[in-house]
Design a binder for this molecule. Structure first.
Ligand code: ATP
Ligand code: MG
Length: 630
């Protein structure tokens, strides 16, 4: 299993390319799965197939999604479909025949089993019979119910869904598009990484307010269909090109298109990938997402349907290419759609600059590198800051959120200082940010700091939200996730008012000035293993299993780097925690890190580490247990 590519490594490699087109090509090479990784996935699928066949004779285990859709990246999840249709037919044909009661087929009638029953059965097989599989849990409430799992030896996370044949065809459609024109993959990878860095995409299966990677990829394909001349044909045109053997209907939806990309006409559009990328941002920077339906079937934006009983209209209307009644962006909130437009405008502006087009002679970030820096290209952005959201477990709220907050602050200081060997000193003098009546007493800061940095006033959770965006509380599903973001520009006008609105939500604040002297975020996994001497049968969850062990790991890193104090810290940042939530939102603690000077790749690597490490470490330290994670 390969560690995900660090931001530093990626930037260094991209900076050396000769131009933006070369960067885009290189990006694909840096992110895509290696032959070995592909083989490993293949073996895992074969293992699942073997085990499930024992229980469900005739079934097939079929991969879909990023492992096979041509938009794979190191560490991407493994989406699997367990097709039980053949088993169901078999079951109905053998019922009552001698010997049938000995097989699992007699235990449960697959045809009449409810989806949750079926999922539990799949989960039970996974738990008991597939070697190396961990953390199995059924998620029956998702739009497409799945069983989640992770695989110990490969470090892969995956989903198994039972009834989702459409996914096989939309995966094959993405792959066909990637094969049809060699600009599709570079563009897809660049837009995916950009959107991830801006906090616009990444929810698995549409569970939150962000675009899923599938929806984002469809947006790229729609863009390519609507160029003049088009880079890709519309799905309706593909249907015409389909041969007899390509005709298929799934759940009533026509999924016919050629299997072979050689049947498609080559595009007459000769633009370079880098200019298409700039054009993508230009087009969607100024697009009426809520007033039209983006139709990949027709390859154009349609007026809103008159009666839209089935198609769920929203802030972004993107029609599935096959399941025509499905808006793949139905989960996207008004706020996210507005931010998508805003981030596209900022990116389009950056793409017009020399820094995008010309390689820096002084070794500074240029081209894609700056595009991928969170908040870096947003005009008027102040110091970039990075947010980690720590959900408060239900028993801690709502009676005494202030108490829970104190405890969390003590925990944050403990993890930073005692587990990660970071030096923390109290922040700047206190400033009560709450509106009269809602403010609460400041918590006792465990490291002596009771103070927010004075300049956090006016920050808000979502960066650069245009004034037109909704103020309604949104069930944003961001808990546990982190949004890299930038401070808002200080301007008067509607935006200012909104910042003040937001301030009233702030209740209690704690802050620290921190310095990091050692690369405590690298090589932890290996050291952990060495320290355990392979004695523990279960690999500990990062940061979550034993904090004593984590302390030893940090100590080993410090020793290894030479115990002598380096002359300068590697990183400096302000950390401030505040309690947020209330009303319809879950109480949660927002930890904001503001590095100075401006964040480089080293800081980003540290941040991504802390984002994964801190929440489970806190749970462990505060004794919340794994169930505390909502
Ligand atoms: P990732 O690397 O994030 O796993 P991915 O390429 O696998 O990316 P996902 O968004 O996980 O993309 O989508 C995998 C499959 O899940 C898609 O092929 C599609 O069938 C289904 N899917 C994902 N999002 C949606 C959605 N919004 N609506 C309908 N189906 C979706
Ligand atoms: Mg996936």
């Amino acid at each position: 299993h390969r560690e995900p590519l660090g931001a530093e490594q990626l930037e260094r490699a991209l900076c050396q390319a000769k131009d933006v087109d070369a960067q885009m090509e290189q990006l694909v090479g840096l992110l895509e799965l290696s032959e070995g990784e592909r083989r490993l996935r293949h073996l895992l699928v074969a293992l699942f197939q073997e085990v499930f066949s024992e229980f469900f004779p005739g079934c097939s285990v079929l991969p879909f999604g990023s492992s096979v859709n041509s938009f794979d990246a190191h560490g991407c999840d493994l989406d699997l479909l367990l097709d039980l249709e053949p088993t169901k037919s078999l079951q109905s044909s053998v019922r009552g025949s001698p010997g049938a009661e000995e097989s699992i087929l007699s235990d449960i009638d697959l045809a009449s089993a409810s989806p949750p029953e079926l999922l539990e059965l799949v989960a039970a097989v996974l738990r008991r019979c597939v070697p190396g599989v961990r953390r199995v849990r059924a998620v029956p409430t998702a739009r497409r119910p799945v069983v989640k799992f992770s695989h110990k030896q490969s470090g892969l996370a995956g989903d198994i869904s039972v009834d989702n044949r459409l996914a096989l065809h939309n995966t094959r459609f993405l792959r066909l598009c990637a094969e049809a024109d060699e600009r599709v993959r570079p563009l897809g990878y660049a837009v995916r990484l950009w959107a991830k860095q801006q906090g616009l995409a990444g929810n698995p299966a549409g569970g939150g307010p962000l675009l899923t990677n599938y929806a984002l990829t469809l947006l790229v394909l729609f863009f390519l269909q609507t160029r003049s001349p088009p880079v890709l044909p519309a799905v309706a045109r593909l249907r015409e090109l389909a041969g007899n053997e390509d005709h298929v209907v799934v759940a009533g939806w026509d999924c016919s298109f050629p299997r072979d990309a050689a049947l498609l006409e080559p595009s007459a559009n000769s633009k370079s990938p880098s200019s298409l990328l700039a054009e993508f941002f230009h087009v969607f920077g100024d697009f009426d997402f809520s007033g039209r339906v983006l139709s990949l079937r027709e390859g154009r934006a349609l007026p809103l349907p008159e009666a839209s009983e089935l198609f769920k209209l929203g802030s972004l209307n993107l029609q599935d290419p096959f399941e025509l009644s499905h808006n793949v962006a139905a989960n996207v909130t008004e706020k996210t759609a507005a931010r998508l437009g805003h981030c596209c405008r900022a990116a389009a502006k950056y793409c017009r600059s020399l820094q995008y087009r010309c390689k820096s002679a002084k070794g500074r970030g240029w081209g894609l590198v700056r595009l991928f820096q969170p908040g870096a290209v947003e005009p008027g952005a102040g110091a970039a800051s990075f947010l980690i959201t720590i959900p408060m477990p239900a028993p801690r709220c709502p009676e005494e959120p202030g108490e829970g907050f104190k405890e969390i602050c003590a925990g944050i200081a403990f993890v930073l200082r005692d587990v990660l060997r970071c030096r923390c000193t109290p922040g700047k003098p206190p400033k009560q940010l709450g509106a009269p009546g809602v403010g609460q007493s400041l918590p006792e800061d465990p490291v002596g700091g009771k103070e927010p940095p004075g300049d956090t006033a006016g920050e808000e959770e979502e960066p650069l939200q245009p004034a037109t965006a909704s103020k309604r509380p949104q069930p944003d599903g961001m808990d546990g996730a982190a949004l890299p973001c930038a401070k808002r520009p200080r301007v008067n006008g509607p935006e200012q008012e909104e910042e003040e609105e937001e301030e009233k939500e702030e209740e209690v604040v704690a802050s620290w000035s921190c310095t990091i002297w050692h690369r405590v975020w690298t090589g932890r996994r290996r050291l952990r293993r060495q320290l355990l001497h392979g004695a523990s049968p279960e690999e500990p969850e990062e940061g979550g299993d034993s904090l004593e062990l984590e302390q030893k790991v940090s100590e080993a890193i410090v020793q290894h780097e030479g115990a002598a104090q380096p002359p300068e810290p590697l990183l400096r940042f302000e950390a401030s925690a505040r309690l947020a939530g209330g009303g319809q939102r879950e109480p949660r603690v927002l930890l904001r890190l503001t590095p100075s000077p401006a964040p480089g790749p080293l800081f980003r690597d540290f941040f991504h580490f802390l984002q994964a490490f801190l929440p489970p470490a806190l749970r462990r330290h505060l004794g919340w247990g794994p169930g505390a994670d909502p």
